[in-house]
Design a binder for this molecule. Sequence first.
Ligand code: HEC
Length: 113
Amino acid sequence: MKIALLISFLLSSIGLAQASNLAKGKELVEKNNCAACHGANLNEPVISAYPKLAGQYADYLYYSLKSYQVANNPNFGRKNAVMASQVTQYSDADLRNMAAYIASLPGSMVIRK
Ligand code: HEC
């Protein structure tokens, strides 16, 4: 059962690039005012305890947003009261769209090789 969950979770992450809609993601991010904490362009958090998000990999962003939604899952859950309250209302497609949009923003923490 746990293996099946893991596989479906991973498979659902793989379709990210094709399935996502940047405009819809932008709309959701702006409507929810994620910038109130993560800062301008999601790249200048208002305090240094909040992470920069801009330019992060879309797969990682989706995975982390999903993890807050399944906080009580012992394998994938990520417990954080602040972020849990930010993600409860979103569908999987919403999370993918937000992740794709945030990944498309220019971030200052990118390491260029
Ligand atoms: C009230 C402040 C606040 C708001 C609003 C907020 N966040 Fe967060 N966010 C945080 C904090 C604090 C953390 C770090 C939580 C932790 O330690 O897991 C975080 C973490 C994250 C992470 C994980 C980053 C990483 O590097 O692992 C993502 C992704 C994220 N937020 C996306 C969003 C999105 C998308 C929105 C809007 C829908 C949003 N946040 C709104 C405070 C906020």
